[in-house]
Structure formats: C-alpha cells, structure tokens
Design a protein around this ligand. Structure first.
Ligand code: GLN
Length: 477
C-alpha cells in the first residue's frame, strides 16, 4: 500500500475491488509495530480495527458507508471512548476505563471511522513537548532526538510517521497546532464552542477544543464537518449551522491579511522561522493579496495571561481526582485526608502538581484580584484587539512556534522557558478563535516548520479554503 492515499481515492479503490480495507488496517498495524520506539500509541485496538474493517469494507461496496469510511484514526488519550481506557497521560487514571463515549467519537463512528488506538500526550494536556506524559516522551519521526511537540505529541507523530491516516487532538493553548508544526502536518484548533467538549478530559474549560491533525487540509475539513456542531451535552457548544467544509475549499478574489511585526521581531525567534514567515508574506503579496503589518501591542502579555487563567481553571477541574471518585488510590492511605493527599501526591506528575498549586494560589482570597481578576481583564483586551484586527482583515499570519522541534530534555529544566515557547499559539486560544498550522517547508536540518493562520470567529470555512490555497502556492518555493 502507498504511504498515504486521499480518502476519496481510497474509497474508490475499495469500491472497485482494487483494495481491501483489511489490507489498509493491516498496513497501519504493521507500521505501528515497526515504529513502536516512537512511543506514539498508548494502546492499539488491533482486533477491533480489523473487525471494523470487514464491516466498513462491506458498506463501501454496497454504497451505505458514511463520510469517513476507510479513514483509520488515532485519538488522543484524553478523549473518552466507551469501554476503552482513557488515562490523560497520567498515573492517576492509568487503569481507568471510560463508561461513555465523547460526542466527537460518537459522531466519527457514526460516519464509519476506524479507531485504531489511543495516543500518548502530556499529562492532562499540560505541556508543549510530550515530556510530561506518565508513559514517557514521544519521539519526532523526522529526528528521533527531537521532541514531538505537545501536548498532542502522539497524535502528531502517528500521522507524521504514517501510523494512521489522521488523529484527533485537543488544543488549549497550542496543543494541536504546535506538534503539527513540529511534525510537518496540518493541525486545526476550531473556534471555542464549534466542537463539543463532552467526554473530553478537562484541562482549562474556557479554552479546550478538539481539533484534527491530518496530512491534508481536505482531511481536516472533512473531520471538522463531522465533529462540529451543537451538542446538548455541552452548553458552550454553538448552535450555528455547520458548513460542509470539505465542499467549500475554494474562494474568489484577493484577501487582506495582517501580520504582526512584534512576532517577527520577538526575542528567540529562529532565523529560519523568520525567513519562512517573510517568504510566505512576500509570496502572498506577489499573488496580489494585501499582506500588511498591524501592531499587536500585547504580545508580551499573552503567555502570562494564558498561564494564570489555565492554571486556575485546571486547579478547579483536577480537584475531582481525589482517590475516591476516579482512578488511582494510594495504598499508603489510612484515612480520608491521607487518601486525598497521598493519592494526589503519588498520582500526579510534577508539572500537573505545579499547575494545581499555582492555580490554587492565583485564585486564593488574598491574590485573586491581582492575578486571576487581572488576567481576565487582560484576556478581554487581547480578545478585543484581535477581533479588531480581524474586522479589517480576513486572517492573521504568524509562525506557529518560535523554532523547529527542540531536543528531548532541552527545555525540561526550566518551566518558564517551556511556557514562553507558546508565545504564538496562545493568542488565538485567549481570543477563542480558529487557527491552523500548515507545514510549509523543512529547515536546513530537515525539520518541519509551520506557518499559522488565525481566522475570524466561526470562520473555519474561509480559513480552510485559504489554507488549501496557501499550501498550493507555497509548494514550489
Ligand atoms: N503548551 C501549552 C500548555 O502547556 C498548551 C497545552 C495545550 O494546548 N493543551 O498549557
């Protein structure tokens, strides 16, 4: 089998009897085994995937198959799937089995997707390198000494290495886009409220969104079409109609795009990332689009604002892991208080504990106004300024990450250094608007580099159409 076949081609081949879905699933199972050292999968659903291949193949043959028939995907270990383990990359949920399926899983299964396994991630999605997973780091397929990015590191590497066709991740502050950029694939964070969060292990509820990691913009569009839309189980999900994204991948006329000079002059920006951003801007200008510098004066505030708010939300969300309701209970506990204390101390990793402690601190009575309250106000300023830029512009263009994938262990000593690497992804998260990372080209070390486009609220359709175009016009650079 070829490494990657677009879904419509695959379906046609199956329909004509030239390819069998069992062969496809066997191919991915073999690839997963060959690349087991990458540590992308936490669990593989081998028999189930093979069983489903038979049923779905039949459906394709008789014309009753759903939109995602033949798509073999992996899901981040944070997305609940009934009767399957979900551990959020944490010891505290190591043996936990989900009693229901998330809405995204239900919707994809209804369209005949094949879920081949669950994918490694940073513990509770807290991280940007997948080095915070209880199950160990994920290695970048382009260079095994580099990180996958995170927190959806397993999802990104699984697609990069051809271990499945596409994957679902979650993005709170960049966790779909940044690993996609490190791994040379497409990663989309939808508008907040576009996709149901029902059945997604919560990190920071006013930020979390599920998003696709794919080989192509077309696959991202198709997945979005299936997973987006109102869900009665998530009151923050929007009832705006869901466009047929995969049918709307063209546009007419010229676009007006803003780039933020502060991002290109920011300290620590890798020269090759800067050069790629400038070349992309130039290319779009040459194609007749208006691409102009617009100042975004809050760039230095986005990271602290994001971390104060997400730590606060996570300290509240993670209170439920108490050794009583879910998962791990310390064998050393002797009474109720020690059950809480020991289960949490032993069950959570260092980064998660750091965030719970800091989150509890910023919410505490004496410090609430100066940290949490203030950060909420700054979030509003960031959102308003970003919305203002997007009133006059179709998109904002910026790098996805300040650099390419960094070395394993390179940033683990100092959490602040790790946090600062999120400088370009958290703006869209704070503003709650859609953003996509596109693999434009590799650097001189052959490591992938990504360019990010931020779109208007609920403007996924326009964002995807322009992304497809951008991928095409930058191909020959
Ligand atoms: N790196 C960011 C963090 O650690 C983003 C994580 C995410 O989007 N889940 O919070």
């Amino acid at each position: 089998m070829e490494p990657y076949i677009p879904l419509n081609v695959l379906q046609l081949k199956i329909k004509k009897g030239k390819l069998n879905l069992t062969t496809v699933v066997e191919h991915y199972l073999r690839r997963i085994q060959e690349e087991a050292h990458l540590n992308a999968f936490i669990e593989v659903y081998e028999q189930e995937a093979l069983d489903l291949a038979l049923t779905v193949n039949e459906k394709i043959m008789n014309g009753t198959a759903g939109k995602l028939a033949g798509m073999v995907i992996g899901i981040k270990d944070l997305i609940c799937y009934k009767d399957h383990g979900v551990s959020a990359g944490s010891k505290i949920l190591e043996n936990y089995v989900s009693i229901f399926s998330s809405t995204v899983v239900e919707r994809m299964l209804a369209e005949d997707v094949i879920i081949i396994g669950r994918l490694n991630c940073d513990e509770f999605a807290m991280g940007g390198s997948n080095e915070n997973s209880y199950f160990g780091p994920v290695k970048n397929y382009a260079d095994n000494t580099k990180v996958s990015g995170g927190s959806s590191g397993g999802s990104a590497v699984a697609v990069q290495a051809g271990l499945c066709m596409a994957a679902l991740g979650t993005d709170t502050g960049g966790s779909v886009r940044q690993p996609a950029s490190f791994c040379g694939i497409v990663g989309l964070k939808p508008t907040y409220g576009r996709v149901s969060r029902h059945g997604i292990v919560a990190y920071a509820s006013s930020f979390d969104q599920v998003g696709p990691l794919t080989n192509s913009v077309e696959d991202a569009a198709l997945i979005m079409e299936v997973i987006a839309g109102r869900d009665e189980y998530d009151s923050t999900s929007s009832s705006k109609p869901v466009p047929l994204y995969s049918q709307e991948l063209t546009f007419e006329g010229k676009k007006r795009i803003a780039y933020l000079p502060e991002t290109l002059n920011s300290e620590g920006l890798d020269p090759e990332v800067k050069a790629l951003s400038e070349a992309t801007i130039k290319k779009l200008q040459d194609e007749g689009h208006i691409v102009e510098p617009i100042s975004f004066p809050y760039l230095n505030y986005v990271v602290p604002t994001y971390y104060i708010l997400t730590m606060a939300e996570s300290s509240s969300n993670l209170a439920r892991y108490d050794g009583v309701h879910y998962g791990y209970r310390s064998p050393n506990a002797v009474d109720l208080e020690s059950t809480y204390k020991k289960s949490r101390s032993e069950g959570f990793g260092t980064e998660v504990k750091r965030r719970i402690l800091l989150g509890t601190f910023v919410l505490s009575a004496g410090h609430y106004d100066s940290f949490y309250g203030k950060a909420q106000q700054v979030r509003r300023l960031i959102r308003e300024k970003t919305d203002e830029i997007l009133r006059d512009h179709d998109f904002i263009l910026l790098p996805t990450s300040p650099g390419p994938a960094f070395g394993l262990g390179e940033k683990t000593e100092d959490p602040v250094v790790m946090y600062l690497a999120d400088i370009f992804t958290v703006q869209a998260s704070l503003a709650g608007i859609p953003a996509i990372s596109l693999p434009i080209r590799n650097n001189s070390q052959n490591l992938p580099l990504g360019i990010q486009l931020i779109g208007k609220r609920f403007g996924e359709s326009e964002l995807l159409a322009f992304s497809k175009y951008l991928m095409e016009v930058t191909k020959i650079q």
